[in-house]
Design a protein around this ligand. Sequence first.
Ligand code: GRG
Length: 315
Amino acid sequence: MTPPVTLEAYLDARRAEVEAALAHALPPAPDCPAIVGEAMRYSLDAGGKRLRPILCLAAADAVAGQRGTDPAEAHALALPAACALELIHTYSLVHDDLPAMDNDTMRRGKPTLHVVAGEGMAILAGDGLLTEAFALLAREPVSEDPAVISRRLQVVGVIATAAGGTGMVGGQALDLAMDPQGSGPGASIDAAALRAMHARKTGALITAAAVAGAVIAGGDASAVAAIRRCGERFGLAFQIVDDVLDVEATSADLGKTAGKDAAAGKPTYPALYGLAESKQMARACIDDAATDLRAAGFGDTRLLDIGRWIVDRTH
Ligand code: GRG
């Protein structure tokens, strides 16, 4: 496999791999009733950057480079985890947009799922996406090799921990309990609490993407630890940039309602630190990750470029 030259070509190639695999990631009708299968597909096929799956594949690439194994084989091993991460991410967006949570009407440039299919179907589609993610992780990558089977099990644990109460669900619960305009227990939140909430809500799944790719490609403990630290920094940078874009970008750019955080009086990085310092903080996360990756022998990998993509993105 000839490595693509530009980051754009690399991202396009990985995205195409992910899209092709996602096309087969959900059970077809009539095994799965079309009414809920189509609802799942509506949100999954609505686009999105596919950041988490691409990060997972890039981490697998980095480990393959270090171990001298075939990158195409590493991709084949990592693709199920990459797809599962996108299924879980999509479920979280569907549920986050529900009236009981963020109550949003636009996502990925389209009306949100509950708007087109109703709340009940949106809840079920989210449940379905989450559950199918773990079905996929349980059955793939198909292998008789005990080492691969053991890594597959490890990946299930990594992703479940990131998606569950200690990760995304826990973070979303803390977010939901926040009451910026009120005087209850969630009324005030300082910088440390904001960071801790985001580390769970957004950071955990991004970190898990990097870790899952490294684990399934056969990374040793020190490689996995280095890639985990990178994922944590990428997760924080991603959230800071998300907050900045909520202020600076338009709804058309974002494909979702812009300016909602400020309108709700939510504590955000720009609200706490200002726009310029927030941007500087995001860049510092990526610079620290790059320094750390270089020290761990991953200096010449796409992971560094993905960090730049996270901070330079416009949507
Ligand atoms: C419902 C358990 C549960 C969790 C929801 C992810 C999440 C937790 C809420 C989404 C709210 C939100 C906008 C968070 C900010 C960060 C974020 C996840 C943005 C969307 O991710 P992108 O930019 O989206 O990767 P695309 O559409 O490109 O995949």
